[in-house]
Design a protein around this ligand. Structure first.
Ligand code: SF4
Length: 286
């Protein structure tokens, strides 16, 4: 029986005490332990930012990539090692500014992996400036008189682009977050979990208290049932993206990798120390 502690290493996170990212790391560890994923079958890929550190704190394979590029790396890992559970993790700037095009293409490609967005609506590592998800009027060092740009709503963008699994969580709702991450990992295709994760040092607006007052928890609604595509989009628009739960799941989703021709499967499982004649035959085959 796996334990969540089996998935942490001996590195002490240097996130600020109270940062929402602690809760996300813990939820990921609990989800991995409940699914009993062997450590050597788990790969975490992250981008740049405070969020990017998460890959270094997990007892698994990990890759701390470059800014906005966690998704291409993660998709490549999954395509060539399909028995791995692959998780990409990045901040809102990582996934919805510099890496936005990768996010959109990963969604439409639908490779079987999970993308966790550690969304604090600010760039924390660079000492707190406005991100594409910051609200209008948001004052930071880069927008001292308040942001005048309309924020991106990650859930709406993902759903409009055809995502087959969309979850939204909150660092303050640990139990629900674990449940969403488990379902996301089990989903057949690309799953995104957008997690509202307060930056307690630089974002003095979107605090734990603010989220508790503004988030709609879909799991607590009467007559709760899975939402179809249109209903999910309506809920996201009505709440301006401020809702948590499994927002949408396409039960007919099939991973991109399942659609590949059998002869296109990766070579990683083969022992390539083979006689020259067999090697040449193999090369001719591919
Ligand atoms: Fe977390 Fe913000 Fe501190 Fe970064 S600066 S570790 S996001 S609280």
């Amino acid at each position: 029986m796996a334990n969540m502690k089996d998935y942490s290493n001996n590195i002490i996170p240097n996130w600020c005490p109270g940062c929402g990212h602690f809760s996300i790391q813990r939820a990921l560890q609990v989800a991995a332990s409940k699914l009993e994923i062997p450590n050597e079958k788990l790969a975490i890929v992250s981008g740049i930012g405070c969020s990017g550190r998460i890959s270094g704190y997990m007892n698994s394979y990990s890759f701390h990539g470059i800014h906005g590029r966690s998704l291409p790396i993660a998709q490549g890992i999954k395509a060539s090692n399909r028995d791995l559970t692959v998780i990409a993790a990045g901040g809102d700037g990582d996934g919805f500014a510099i890496g936005l095009s990768h996010t959109l293409h990963a969604i439409r490609r639908n490779i079987n992996m999970t993308y966790i967005v550690l969304n604090n609506q600010i760039y924390g590592l660079t000492k707190g400036h406005t991100s594409p998800l910051s609200e209008v009027g948001f004052e930071t060092k880069s927008t001292p008189t308040g942001s005048i740009e309309t924020p991106i709503r990650p859930g709406i963008v993902a759903l409009a682009n055809g995502i087959t699994f969309l979850g939204q969580g909150f660092s303050g709702y640990q139990e629900q977050l674990v449940d969403i991450i488990i379902k996301a990992i089990q989903h057949e295709g690309f799953s995104m979990v957008n997690v509202f994760s307060p930056c307690i040092t630089y974002n003095k607006i979107n605090t734990y208290q603010w989220f508790r007052e503004h988030l709609i928890n879909l799991d607590e609604e009467e007559n709760k049932k899975p939402l179809n595509y249109q209903e999910a989009m309506n809920r996201l628009i009505e709440t301006e993206g401020l809702c948590t739960g499994v927002i949408y799941q396409d039960p007919t989703s099939h991973s991109y990798l399942d659609k590949l021709q059998p002869e296109k499967k990766p070579l990683s499982h083969l022992n390539l120390k083979i006689p020259e004649e067999d090697f040449n035959n193999l090369i001719n085959l591919y």
